[in-house]
Design a protein around this ligand. Structure first.
Ligand code: SF4
Length: 347
């Protein structure tokens, strides 16, 4: 079978952990699976799914606009419960939906107007941690900052933040070359473009803090000369930070030999987990389902670490753990992590 799940390349921005593997392999307790302490659905995605499922169950079909979640199994399950995505309000209305929903990633303010024009009800499941970034963007713009949203320009969350900023003085960027400036303030000459006096950065909630800091330091050096004012707002959400820290613990504490990052093929945060695992020095693979596991990945692996993207449901994670158990790996005694129904992240 063709291997579509390439081992991800190491990224230069994350310093590889200096793994201290035990020279005495007898210290290992045999073949086993270690599941990251934080993995799978994040708080905001879980909350959004609960809202749309409850709405569909009580009052009929509902169409989230855009990808409700990057996981084909969940998309199918939701479809059977009357929750079916549409690419636009107009398309949802044409297909007969009387209600549409904003996903956890959020949408710009235009969507409410489109829903009103189409005569459909709008349900907002935007994660409150994304709403916080949208409001902060508005505030920074009011305070006169040019807004830089550190993130993927195509991502709905980034587009929603720029939409709420409501200004042409806002841009999405993941690297300095994405910015409309190419030189520090005070520089001049042909083809030179310099930043305005006030620049603020917010981050897409799912980004990596180390990479954000590298980006911000470079931008700060462009803005600060000649009385420039630079502000960095770390808006990476707490669930994302915890997930990234849990992945590091798999490598540094549990000393796993290989990492399986479970999530839909289109899930960028799952791909990112595999990238980080790889950069930390452990062969890491992005898989969508159990069938994707390649025998050769496990050939020399005693301890298999499992993590999962923010849109991966627990049953898919459990299926992967069960598959590993069938291959002779001892599963975690207490299953995958418990869900704390009372948990609310700080924001
Ligand atoms: Fe909310 Fe963070 Fe999940 Fe995004 S990743 S939906 S901000 S909890």
């Amino acid at each position: 079978m063709r291997n579509e799940f390439l081992q991800v390349p190491a990224t230069s921005l994350i310093a590889p952990a200096h793994r201290q593997k035990s020279p005495d392999s007898s210290q290992k307790t045999g073949k086993r699976v270690v599941v990251a302490q934080e993995l799978g659905y994040c708080w905001g995605v879980r909350r959004a799914l609960e809202i749309v499922e409850a709405a569909a169950e009580s009052t009929g079909p509902i169409a989230p606009i855009g990808d409700v979640i990057h996981n084909p199994q969940v998309v199918e399950r939701l479809r059977q419960r009357g929750v079916e995505g549409a690419t636009s309000v107009a398309e949802a209305a044409t297909r007969g939906f009387r209600r549409v929903a904003i996903t956890a990633h959020g949408m710009g303010p235009h969507l409410a107007g489109e829903a009103a024009s189409a005569g459909v009800e709008l349900i907002d499941t935007t994660c409150p941690l994304v709403t916080k970034v949208q409001r902060l963007a508005q505030k920074l713009v009011r305070q006169g900052y040019f807004l830089v949203v550190y993130g993927d320009s195509y991502h709905p969350e980034v587009r929603s933040v720029i939409g709420w900023a409501g200004t042409s003085k806002a841009v999405a960027a993941k690297k300095i070359a994405d910015l409309p400036w190419n030189a520090p303030r005070g520089a001049n000459g042909e083809g030179i473009s310099t930043p305005p006096r006030k620049v603020a950065v917010v981050s897409q909630t799912t980004k990596n803090v180390d990479e954000l800091m590298v980006f911000a330091q470079k931008l700060q050096a462009m803005v600060m000369p000649e009385g420039g004012e630079f502000r960095l707002c770390n808006t990476i959400c707490e669930p994302t930070s915890e997930r990234q820290n849990a992945l590091k613990r798999l490598v540094e504490q549990d000393q796993v030999d290989v990492i399986l990052a479970i999530g839909g093929r289109k899930s960028s945060n799952t791909a990112r987990l595999a990238e980080v695992g790889q950069a930390l020095g452990v062969p890491s693979f992005h898989i969508e389902r159990t069938e994707d596991i390649q025998d050769e990945w496990l050939a020399d692996a005693d301890i298999v670490g499992v993590t999962a993207g923010a849109s991966t449901p627990d049953d898919v994670i459990e299926a992967v753990v069960a598959e590993l158990a069938s291959r002779g790996y001892r599963p975690p005694e207490n299953g995958i992590r418990p869900i704390d129904a009372e948990y609310v992240p700080s924001y």
